[in-house]
Write a protein that binds this ligand. Structure first.
Ligand code: EPU
Length: 339
């Protein structure tokens, strides 16, 4: 196939915040050959190549003088089965949630807790997506990426991806690796992860004592639908801040002052704080500056009520960061890529 290149292309439909900025050049890649064509075209223009998936972890603050490439490659397949483990592969452009549903239809467990996360398969490893007690790193087997420096393909085993909380080597070595396809190690025998309290409680209330992976997926979808805005209805990029890590000493001091503080042990003398709780305590939940707002049901999610610009959303985020810093002495890190 040959690449179709658009100029001065609106990215409004390419980012889940629904921010209306334009890319100087824009194309969709359906396979590796088109990816290579896009790289060559960007190089010929002397432009940066910015690769996007579902645009669900992206805040665009201005027109981009770049070549934006949306990964649109499709394909998912069972690769083989050994020792109870089933290897599944998907192309980077596959939308994440339909892929999760397809694995469940195949009778495979492993991805159910990650149901309904917006975005694509190829973007998932960038920030090691996670929800309801499972992170991508727990189920990823390996992936194939194009090294944009050398033009060679490289296979990464899970252990080589340097996964951490909402982080990976692909995010840190930004602009180097272009993920083409991802393999997952799934299972026919469901070893379900029900550590997240509200998930367990929901299944109990429904009277499901022996849940299947599909039951867990349905419960996760219901919990997400209750708390997280649907980007089709209300622009957002999921959690806008990471949950911050602080030392145990600081956590103890904060707890003495705010007994309701929500925190989780994070190992190595660190404690993870629920940023949503901090932001709610500071009075921001439901706050609105024009069309930029803090979601009324989940304070960690910034929303675009319609025509907010990326700069307005960023300004709101920065006001929240400054307020949390002054009230709690805690630094909130922005989670999406800001451009
Ligand atoms: N909380 C509040 N007020 C709020 C929001 C949360 O007090 O407005 C409290 C809750 O009561 C709860 C705690 O904070 O005790 C944690 O809230 P929740 O379980 O909703 O999860 P989260 O820490 O806010 C993280 C992920 C989500 C993921 C959920 C569930 C990050 C940055 N976010 O949110 O991921 O779905 O856990 O596992 O780690 C995303 O990354 O885009 C995302 C949605």
């Amino acid at each position: 196939m040959s690449l179709t290149i658009h100029e001065h292309y609106s990215l409004k439909a390419c980012n889940t915040f629904g921010v209306d900025v334009a890319a100087r050049w824009f194309a969709e890649a359906h396979d590796e050959a088109e990816v290579r064509q896009a790289l060559a075209a960007a190089t010929a223009q002397g432009a940066e190549l910015l690769v996007i998936g579902g645009g669900s972890n992206l805040l665009l603050t201005a027109d981009l003088e770049a070549f934006v490439l949306r990964m649109a490659s499709r394909g998912r397949r069972l690769l083989g089965e050994a020792g109870g483990q089933v290897l599944v592969e998907a192309e980077a452009g596959e939308p994440w949630h339909p892929f999760v549903l397809w694995t469940l239809e195949q009778g495979l467990a492993g991805l159910e807790n990650l149901s309904l996360i917006p975005g694509t398969v190829g973007a998932a490893p960038m920030q090691n997506i996670g929800a309801y007690g499972v992170e991508l790193k727990d189920v990823l087997h390996s992936l194939v990426a194009l090294d944009r420096l050398s033009g060679e393909l490289r296979e990464f085993q899970a252990g080589e991806c340097e996964f951490a909380y909402r982080d990976s080597r692909f995010k840190r070595e930004s602009g180097r690796w272009l993920i083409l396809r991802v393999r997952f190690a799934l299972s026919r025998a469901a070893a379900l992860h029900l550590d997240y309290g509200p998930l367990r409680q929901r299944l109990q209330v429904q009277g499901i004592a022996q849940p299947t992976a599909l039951d867990v997926s349905r419960a996760v979808c219901a919990i997400r639908a209750e708390k997280l805005p649907d980007p089709q209805v209300l622009g957002n990029a999921g959690s806008f801040f990471k949950n911050p890590l602080v030392g145990e000493g600081q956590a103890a001091q904060l707890r003495a002052q705010w007994p309701g503080l929500v925190s989780y042990p994070a190992g190595e003398g660190l404690v993870k704080l629920a940023a949503g709780w901090l932001i709610e305590q500071a009075g921001w939940k439901g706050h609105r500056d024009g069309d930029a707002g803090v979601h009324a049901l989940q304070a960690l999610v910034l929303v675009n009520y319609g025509r907010a610009s990326g700069c307005e959303l960023l300004a709101l985020a920065q006001r929240i960061q400054a307020d949390i810093r002054s009230r709690f002495g805690v630094e909130l890190e922005i989670e999406p890529v800001v451009r």
